[in-house]
Design a protein around this ligand. Sequence first.
Ligand code: PMT
Length: 422
Amino acid sequence: MSSHNGHDNRFLAKMRGIMEQESSKRIVPNTRIILGITGGIAAYKAAELARLLIKQGVEVQVVMTEAACHFITPTTMQGLSGKPVYTDQWDASVPNSMAHINLSRAADAIVIAPASGDFIAKLAHGLADDLLSTLCLARACPLIIAPAMNREMWLNAATQRNIAQLRADGVQILGPDSGIQACGEEGMGRMLEAQQLAQDIMVFFQPGLLSGKKILVTAGPTYEAIDAVRGITNRSSGKMGYAITQAALEQGAEVVLVSGPTALVKPHGAQGVNVESAAQMLDAVKRHVAGCDIFIGVAAVADYRVAQPSAQKIKKSANTLTLELLPNPDILAYVASLPKPPYCVGFAAESENLADYAEQKRRAKKLPLLVGNLAQQAIGSDDNELVLFDDGGSHALPRADKLTLARQLMQHIAQRITGEQR
Ligand code: PMT
């Protein structure tokens, strides 16, 4: 049996070949998707999703959980997909009684939409107690899920842990979206609209825009020691830099992620280098920058370090304590001034005068692209708003979750790079 990654690569290579030959068409011929539907009010959107995928030339095989059948009937899905719908692990009409193996082997991808909180928990723990969860566990193809649930269920620490686990396992997660929910509450947890899901799924089967590119990303805060137990740091969570790493991987890039201390799980497929201080971050960047096509400095690097950190814990006393601070080396400026620098993207978090300060930083560090954000709404949060500054002016990316913004940013960078190479 082929490995998951091996299958991914062969499949994507096959798709790229087909897409190159048929670049004028949007459809991906002969693509077979299992559309798994779990129990949630958003199940009705799965009907439209099936229709849109089929319109794109995708062969859709629907599998529903028992709970899903309470929200939408298999008859509707059979009518739309033109195929009998599987709902039962113990279906006597399957000659070898192995629908989970037969179905997953015949699929190029499994898409679960909607993916309920319960089903996400099952996936994260490798449970297999019905046909859909069993075929996910038995799969040898990519898995894409579209979460849908009440906002409190989505924000629950258990769900967030399960989602982080699935990301680390290489599962593609589309959405959820924010807005009014079926229960009347408002917040994150709505399933993406069928149109958007269909688009995202088709993008998944397109050749990666950054395929063959090597990208070096810095993320998170740095920690500058004062003594054995204390230090100077900042509120950067690493979320923006990790989202950019994820988006670059999705576009086929090879990514090295140099990260300061964060609580995040490194995106599956990235090479991770963990550091603490700005000096360690600079060392790691120096070690990995050779042969790099793009450098993206998302890290909130401390501007100063303590001149003489104490090896022992400093004892409390009644006296004033003065710390001498030395300026840290500028990692981004170092990379941008290399004789043959990669395409350098800087970030600037400002609390005021964003456009002026960001443009000043871009010019001072001689960067082709600088991404500005407002410090108070960017640092530590799940959502952000970006403004891209380059020689052509500025371009705003409106408020969205950090992965959505990261995907838009990577598309922008890919276009710029292709443009410059022409
Ligand atoms: O991690 P999150 O919680 O998701 O928050 C994301 C973020 C707000 C930290 C991120 O979006 C961001 O804006 N990062 C840059 C923070 C900043 O303001 O950096 P700066 O102005 O100090 O530096 C400008 C650029 O130079 C940055 O690309 C930075 O990585 C780089 N730099 C700065 C100092 C230094 N010594 N070395 C550097 O490489």
